[in-house]
Design a protein. Structure first.
Length: 366
């Protein structure tokens, strides 16, 4: 069996849960984001070498950004192990957009720091032996930005997160004055996701039935800008559209909702769509990125063209008005992710893809 040493500074359970579900624990080191950067590096080095008898065949790094990627390359060199990047988003586009944002805003210190982190990330991707991506769209992005052979890239989706129903007696989070709830959960640290929520507000926010509330959950740097946009774009809907910010017990929102709607213009394989599907919600999403792999249009959800606001509005109203259709699509979605995205299945695919990609690279370079 291949021995894996994995490093992550974000959502470690996306690696640990599927590996443990197969009976293989590996060694996954989670870098504490609360530490300073030198402290994080020191923590990584100490944990990585604390077992001198451990000789991994593969060093895996989650997204491989910045210093984390460079240190993982050093561990790969130290152990003579293949370095595999687990790619969960288009880091090239993220870095490009952030540096442009800092430069335009006159934040030159942040621009310089982010440029250096972007350079470190490009070095990691240039020297990595292979990539495990979460969607076909990311496979194309990796090929475009690294010029690596297709055989060095494998698609392995994310496991379905645990979205346990609320305990008896708990009151669902969300506005209690609405009979039906339309829900969006997103990450407002990304402009492409912020723009997606704005489009939903533009498409359906001014024409919600009186008994429907639209709840938006998610924190980030664009949160206050979104609230300001709502006040300007749809002030008449302020009693029906609720921007909650970050929510801890997100499963309570899924339990209270009737329809989940998600529009994003930067993404990989969004966990929030998996969570909504696992909760049995019908999902409406724009036909892009990993969403086209998560949703079978008309069978386990609804896909719409993101630029067509009228099509999005029609889909929302159709699902809100048809409880039987909501039930059929939501049930199919839950069954789909339970089968295709179970930790056991994803763990098996992850291990097999790791072996195949690392072995392929040995053949390619011999």
């Amino acid at each position: 069996m291949t021995d894996i040493l994995a490093f992550t500074a974000l959502r470690p359970r996306e690696l640990t849960d599927p590996l443990e579900a197969t009976g293989y624990t590996g060694t996954v080191i989670n870098i504490d984001n609360d530490r300073t950067l030198p402290g994080r590096i020191f923590q990584q080095i100490i944990q990585g070498v604390r077992n001198p008898d451990f000789k991994p065949d593969v060093v895996m790094v989650y997204n491989g950004t910045g210093v984390l990627g460079i240190i993982s390359l050093l561990f790969g060199w130290y152990y003579s192990a293949a370095v595999i990047v687990r790619v969960n988003g288009n880091v090239f586009r993220q870095h490009r957009e952030k540096t442009d944002e800092f430069l335009t805003g006159g934040q030159y210190g942040a621009f310089l720091l982010y440029s250096l982190l972007g350079l470190a990330t490009r070095v990691t991707y240039a020297l990595a032996d292979g990539y495990l991506v979460v969607s076909e769209e990311l496979r194309h992005a990796i090929q475009t930005n690294t010029n690596c052979s297709e055989s060095r890239i494998a698609v392995v989706h994310n496991p379905v997160p645990d979205v346990s129903p609320p305990e008896d007696g708990q009151t669902p989070i969300g506005p209690a004055q609405h009979d039906r709830i339309l829900l969006t959960v997103t990450n407002l640290n990304y402009e492409g996701k912020f723009e997606g929520v704005k489009q939903i507000i533009d498409s359906v926010g001014r024409d919600l039935p009186d008994d429907v509330g639209y709840v938006i959950a998610g924190g980030g740097i664009y949160l206050e800008e979104l609230r300001a946009y709502l006040d300007q774009a749809a002030p008449e809907a302020s009693d029906q559209i609720h921007i909650l910010g970050y929510v801890n017990d997100i499963e309570l929102l899924y339990d209270a909702a009737d329809v989940f709607v998600y529009v994003s213009y930067i993404d990989g394989f969004p966990n929030v769509v998996l969570e909504a599907q696992a909760a049995g919600l019908p999902v409406i999403a724009n036909a892009a990125y990993g969403m086209v792999e998560q949703i079978e249009d008309g069978e386990s959800g609804v896909l719409v063209e993101g630029s067509d606001g009228s099509t999005l509005a029609d889909a929302v109203h159709r699902l809100l008005d048809d409880p039987e259709l909501r039930e059929r699509l939501g049930t199919a979605a839950r069954e789909q992710v339970t089968e295709k995205n179970s930790p056991e299945r994803i763990g098996t695919e992850l291990l097999e893809a790791t072996v195949n990609v690392s072995t392929t690279n040995e053949i390619d370079t011999s």
